[in-house]
Design a binder for this molecule. Structure first.
Ligand code: C5P
Length: 308
């Protein structure tokens, strides 16, 4: 076998309810994940030991070196070691990550890379891990990695790794606005804890029900889905990055049905009426001068898959 490639999607948390800080340093979540059509591709080849290269978004040596490392700090490296150890095969592979998903953007780009690597290396090494085995390995790598494998629409509980897939066939169109430098996920969760201690945002002791979001994702209309979008990490992301308020306003001013911060940010996810509206909205937001990159996407899309 010469080369195997797999790709995995970015995600938006259409709803993200964050509970109190647990004793293990994570927060209990109730979330609704939606996989969207922005993909990273991981290509693996036979090699000796592990070697990692990164191309595309965030691979810029100046800005991206810390965002997308090419050593053990990269989740892909750890995914490769974990799969090799579990399967009892040597961790030998040349791995290339072609990135379209911006790093540290709240879009689970690193998790997508890890999920794609698990799928590609499973094929390269012939480890024949079942889908469920891969999901279990994914959960050990990071909270969002299982969803990057599964894709589509899913309810997430625990720290995000306990998934219940949801059948929702309606295609939703979004514009992702990537604003400024990346935000650190632990820093955003930490800011939420501080805001809660100061009584500036609700405690999170009562996690919201996800049912209205799921019903709206299944059948719409857009205005109803727009009314259910919510993210508990939005307030701390705004506290750390005040100019995000302008970015959110730019999206609604441009006619988005709703706009929210994706995950821990700083990406803004703007809900469009349909595909044409998303193209129009993307063009308008690209000209607004508040985003570094603007992408029109749709979801749900499948999770990590072999390509080519
Ligand atoms: O699981 P992952 O490595 O993506 O998590 C990164 C960090 O985000 C954790 O170390 C933790 O600080 C925070 N986090 C959290 N609660 C979650 C998920 C992540 O506090 N449910």
């Amino acid at each position: 076998m010469t080369a195997v490639a797999a790709r995995a999607p970015a995600k938006v948390n259409v709803r993200l309810g964050v509970g109190p800080l647990r004793s293990d340093g994570f927060h209990e979540l109730r979330t609704v994940f939606l996989a969207v059509s922005l993909f990273d591709t991981v290509t693996v080849r036979p090699g000796e030991g592990l070697a990692l290269t990164v191309t595309g978004e965030g691979a810029d040596a100046r800005r991206g070196a810390d965002l997308v490392p090419t050593d053990r700090r990269n989740l892909v490296w750890r995914a490769a070691e974990l799969l090799a150890n579990t399967a009892g095969v040597p961790a030998d592979a040349e791995i290339d990550i072609a990135k379209s998903i911006p790093a540290a953007a709240g879009l689970a780009g690193g998790s997508a890379d890890a999920a794609a690597a698990l799928v590609a290396l499973d094929a390269l090494w012939g480890t024949r891990a079942g889908r469920e085995d891969l999901v279990a390995l994914a959960a050990r790598l990071g909270s969002d990695v299982p969803f990057s494998l599964v894709g589509g629409v899913a309810l997430g509980a625990g720290r995000g790794e306990h998934l219940t897939p949801v059948l929702a066939r309606t295609r939703w169109h979004w514009v992702l606005g990537i604003a400024g430098e990346g935000l650190s996920t632990p820093a955003v969760y930490g800011e939420l804890d501080r805001l809660r201690q100061a009584g500036r945002v609700p405690s999170g002791n009562e996690l919201p029900a996800s049912d209205p979001v799921v019903a709206a994702l299944r059948s719409g209309p857009t205005s109803v889905l727009a009314g259910t979008l919510a993210n508990d990490l939005q307030a701390p992301a705004l506290a750390l990055r005040p100019e995000l308020a302008r970015a959110l306003r730019a999206a609604t001013d441009a006619g988005a049905a709703a706009a929210l911060v994706s995950g821990s940010g700083p990406t803004v996810a703007a809900l469009a009426e349909d595909e044409d509206d998303a193209v129009r909205l993307a063009a308008e937001l690209a000209g607004a001068g508040v985003f570094r990159t603007v992408r029109a996407v749709h979801g749900p899309v499948p999770g990590a898959r072999l390509v080519g």
